[in-house]
Design a protein around this ligand. Structure first.
Ligand SMILES: [Fe+2]
Ligand SMILES: [Fe+2]
Length: 358
């Protein structure tokens, strides 16, 4: 679960190629897993669902969606420097995250090829989508004379090992929260086209349907493993991953509040909306969801974000490293204690809700 910071030397980077952002807890992660365990997973409980999803993926609804039409053929000099910097940061982060999905799915497809051909095909098709997404974002960066060296990133980024169960919880959530992020921005800009300063945002509607489908595939994988939702352990892990993903989301959105403000959005409201929707969606898959309407929930989350901002300020300040670590310690302890308190808020039993609906 540890990662090392790998920064390229100046000589290694070509002109116009951006050095990857410094790795922190908030940068998108690159995962590897126990591929043998995935190959041996019994999926019989969700066989039909997986077959349906495989057919959907083969249909390739977005085959012609990621095309740079004439709207992209123009100069972007009118975008002011500040907006441009926030937008490039957004592009880089999104591109890295899409690309990390591509690498994981590609590796899963490769390793499962002989042992579970239908699942290997599914991962291959998901890798196809993520490669398109990453490529499209990287081309957008090219409009600002910057590209990410994805080959360099593949070789030099550190990888985090996650057990297959953790991969399933984490990827399910990252696909669904990705869906809600894209669609929320899209709907906002539909109502306020005056803030749509770059045509990429117009592509978010069909784009997010890819993420929604990927999420549904991971839903089928999760529901095929009874231990992931029928047991106490499954409930505790579900809550842990929901909270981890929501904390990361809040910290990231509020740290990059200026980007959302450049789109005419209120970052706090955007953060809450995406978390509420992702939490509700997760009730279809997870045994428990979080009580995000609890009066303490967003209060504590936002306190974590404030502490995060203070820690970033300390990082930027002058002084020896040990002193910075010492100054950050009470802030980190406060965030840890808030995380525990949030984890202990009584969750909502999604299984009970499901049986009532049926
Ligand atoms: Fe994607
Ligand atoms: Fe995806």
């Amino acid at each position: 679960m540890t990662s090392t910071v790998t920064k390229p030397t100046i000589e290694e980077l070509k002109p116009g190629v951006k050095a990857p952002a410094k790795e922190t807890l908030l940068t998108p992660r690159f995962y590897i897993t126990d591929f043998d365990a995935v190959a041996n997973m019994d999926l019989s409980l969700q066989e039909e669902e997986i077959e349906t999803m495989l057919n959907e993926m083969r249909a390739d609804y977005n085959r012609d969606h990621f095309v740079r039409d004439e709207e992209f053929e123009q100069s972007w000099d009118h975008i002011d420097e500040e907006t441009r910097a926030h937008f490039i940061d957004f592009l880089e982060r999104s591109c890295t995250s899409e690309f990390s999905g591509f690498l994981l799915f590609k590796e899963l497809s490769r390793k499962l090829k002989d042992r579970n051909p239908p699942l290997a095909e599914m991962f291959h098709l998901m890798a196809r989508d993520e490669a398109r997404h990453a490529g499209f974002l990287n081309k957008a960066m090219g409009d600002f004379n910057i590209t990410l060296d994805l080959g360099y990133l593949t070789k030099n980024r550190s990888y985090t090992f996650f057990k297959p169960e953790w991969i399933i919880y984490a990827v399910y959530l990252s696909e669904k929260i990705g869906y809600w992020r894209y669609i929320t921005v899209f709907h906002h800009l539909e109502k306020h086209p005056e803030h749509r300063y770059y045509p990429l945002f117009k592509k978010f509607d069909s784009w997010c349907q890819d993420e929604n489908r990927h999420g549904d595939i991971f839903k089928a994988l999760l529901r095929s493993q009874e231990g992931m939702w029928k047991t106490l352990k499954g409930r505790l892990w579900s809550r842990f991953f929901l909270l981890s993903v929501f904390v990361t989301h809040t910290l990231t959105v509020l740290e990059r509040g200026d980007f959302y403000r450049s789109l005419g959005m209120d970052p706090v409201e955007f953060d809450k909306e995406v978390i509420r929707q992702t939490n509700n969606t997760s009730a279809r898959t997870f045994p428990e969801i979080l009580n995000v309407e609890h009066p303490e929930f967003f209060k504590r989350l936002h306190r974590c974000a404030e502490r995060n901002a203070k820690m970033a300020e300390i990082d930027k300040s002058k002084g020896p490293k040990w002193l910075k670590s010492l100054r950050k310690l009470p802030l980190a302890a406060g965030t840890f204690s808030d995380f525990v308190r949030l984890y202990l808020i009584k969750p909502i039993d999604a299984e009970a809700m499901r049986s009532q609906v049926c």
